[in-house]
Design a protein around this ligand. Structure first.
Ligand SMILES: NC(=O)c1ccc[n+]([C@@H]2O[C@H](COP(=O)([O-])OP(=O)(O)OC[C@H]3O[C@@H](n4cnc5c(N)ncnc54)[C@H](OP(=O)(O)O)[C@@H]3O)[C@@H](O)[C@H]2O)c1
Length: 317
């Protein structure tokens, strides 16, 4: 058989393998009486996750940065699900004050919080800094979700059993943590994206350990590679590369939301914490994720960057 024939058979088999590996979350757990927050729920994976949770009856809070896109997602989810208990609240992860305002509002107005989905993310890395003096991509993907999560912990603890679901990415495999240069732009944008996702994953694993004595579970998810808005940024070659990859992978944003939904509602994820899920199944993570020294140092540095107040420290060990 010629080389060409082998290549064609290889590509076709890989295509079908990827297609068949897409899993659907079949859980139909009622979410009536439960409150969930999904960040970045106006598009892509976050939108489909929020829509499913609303379908199951949850009071669903869409935490989005853009008023118009957030309200439009709210209207669309209410129309599609018939659940009028879908709320939009503005929150920009690039602004620590906005995260603080949002969290304060939630703590003052909600009686409970059963699921927090840290979904919002960006891969538009460059050397831009936010008004908080942090590297923009790192703030959206790591510092912002970190601050949001620790500020909402009192409500999550009050609502035990509760869940924190972190939409991560297998791209963490290519990342590394260099605490001395963590707030400096480091060349290649894909590596910078990988670093931010790695930091975010390490911190969520550390949080799972710190919350072991509570009934608040923390799990992370890789949703698959999907052509959403996040991959529409960057130069022509970057977009072309991901367009080909996504065509090959042939997943929709709804497919991508399945593992996120699984981590939010599946019975089997109720009592497990610090796990990583792909295609609705638990997977191993590299040991660099669970290094306690790196995690402790990253936690300390992250607390400093988000200006987390000493007096709040009693919230977590
Ligand atoms: N697509 C993939 O192949 C893939 C693979 C692995 C992991 N992921 C992860 O999946 C998550 C969802 O991404 P997606 O693929 O569904 O892309 P998406 O459709 O672009 O969704 C990203 C969401 O994050 C929001 N966001 C961005 N910056 C924000 C900020 N500063 N404050 C608040 N919200 C902000 C976006 O809001 P706007 O609409 O206002 O921009 C949007 O709602 C991300 O964490 C991403 O890293 C995606």
């Amino acid at each position: 058989m010629s080389f060409l024939m082998f290549t064609v058979i290889g590509i076709v088999s890989l295509y079908f393998y990827l297609k068949l590996s897409i899993k659907k979350c079949e859980c139909k757990t009622s979410m009536k009486g439960k409150v969930v927050i999904a960040t970045g729920a106006n598009s892509g994976i976050g939108y489909h996750t929020a829509k499913k949770l609303a379908t199951l009856g949850a009071r669903t809070i869409l935490a989005c940065r853009n008023e118009k896109r957030g309200s439009s997602a709210q209207e669309s989810i209410i129309a599609a699900t018939g659940n009028s208990n879908v709320i939009f609240k503005q929150m920009d992860l690039c602004d620590l004050d906005s995260i603080r305002r949002f969290s304060k509002d939630i703590l003052e107005t909600e009686d409970r919080l059963d699921v927090l989905v840290n979904n919002a993310g960006a891969c538009s890395f460059g050397d831009k800094y936010t008004k908080d003096g942090l590297l923009e991509g790192m703030q959206v993907n790591h510092y912002g979700p970190f601050l949001l999560t620790i500020l909402l912990l009192p409500l999550l603890k009050k609502s035990q059993p509760s869940r924190i679901v972190n939409v991560s990415s297998l791209i963490y495999l290519f990342g590394y943590v260099d605490l001395d240069k963590i707030n400096n732009p480091k060349g290649n944008r894909i590596i910078m994206y990988a670093n931010s996702k790695l930091c975010n994953l390490i911190i969520h694993q550390e949080l799972a350990r710190r919350l072991e004595e509570f009934d608040v579970v923390v799990n992370s998810v890789h949703p698959g590679i999907i052509l959403t808005n996040i991959l529409n940024e960057g130069n022509f070659l970057f977009r072309l590369f991901f367009k080909v990859l996504c065509w090959f992978n042939s997943r929709t944003a709804e497919d991508g939301s399945q593992t996120v939904i699984h981590a939010c509602i599946a019975k089997e994820c109720e009592r497990v914490t610090g796990k990583f899920y792909v295609d609705c199944k638990e997977r191993y993570v590299l040991s660099k994720i669970n290094n306690r020294d790196i995690a402790d140092n990253l936690w300390r540095v992250s607390e400093k960057f988000v200006r987390y107040k000493e007096e709040n420290k009693k919230i977590i060990k």
